[in-house]
Design a protein around this ligand. Structure first.
Ligand SMILES: Nc1ncnc2c1ncn2[C@@H]1O[C@H](COP(=O)(O)OP(=O)(O)OP(=O)(O)O)[C@@H](O)[C@H]1O
Length: 195
């Protein structure tokens, strides 16, 4: 039976970078579980790669058809942004393993939907000061930096990813993203050990 390797971590912990590097590891034969979001696309992002960028109308259509596995909405300084996982026929666990990104809450909902053993957590950790520096650097490189939103997420993450929440999600293993290459190597070894 296939597994969904599910990357989680606070903002700017390196989830997107790690996801791309794992996608490049052909020997793992991972297909991607692409999330949906109603947030605007950022510079350098590609529709259908990290997310499917959709309108609120499209989200409502998925809801109406009962195809939303999990969804979370954030009241950002730019309005409400919803991120969601849809059962749109992407996942076939009799055929493949998958790579996904999400939150602790979505991880728990996916476990409920696909089965406890089908979803394996890959929790990424970075020291807070370093993570904030990376977030600021990334934001500065954007055409329209959203500093207020960056700060809101940094603060929200402290409670969303509290030690209590990490433990109650059943996450035992953590991957430190200090050196990206070393971190990816450790995750590759973990995935291989679970396949
Ligand atoms: N080990 C590392 N050393 C230095 N910079 C890194 C490292 N890993 C990632 N970065 C950089 O840190 C920034 C944040 O990484 P990334 O966008 O992948 O994080 P994320 O967890 O997906 O963030 P978000 O949840 O906010 O979208 C990026 O600019 C990325 O290139």
């Amino acid at each position: 039976m296939g597994k969904i390797f599910y990357i989680m971590g606070k903002s700017a912990s390196g989830k997107d970078r790690i996801y791309s590097l794992l996608e490049d590891q052909r020997e793992l034969k991972l297909k991607t579980l692409v999330l949906y979001t109603t947030r605007p696309i950022r510079d350098g992002e590609e529709n259908g790669k990290n997310y499917y960028f959709v309108s609120d109308e499209k989200l409502n259509e998925f809801r109406k058809n009962g195809n939303v596995i999990e969804e979370r909405s954030y009241h950002t300084v730019y309005g409400i942004w919803t991120y969601f996982t849809a059962d749109d026929g992407q996942v076939n666990l009799t055929e493949s393993d998958y790579l996904g990104i999400g939150t602790l809450e979505s991880f728990m909902k996916l476990k409920k939907y696909y089965g406890e053993n089908a979803v394996c957590p890959v929790y990424i950790q970075v020291e807070d000061g370093e993570r904030l520096s990376r977030a600021l650097k990334r934001e500065k490189e954007q055409e329209n930096p959203k500093y207020e939103e960056m700060c809101r997420r940094f603060i929200a993450d402290q409670s969303d990813f509290s030690e209590e929440n990490i433990q109650s999600a059943g996450i035992e293993k953590r991957f430190q993203n200090k050196d990206l290459d070393i971190c990816v190597k450790e995750i590759v070894n973990y995935i291989k050990s679970m396949q």
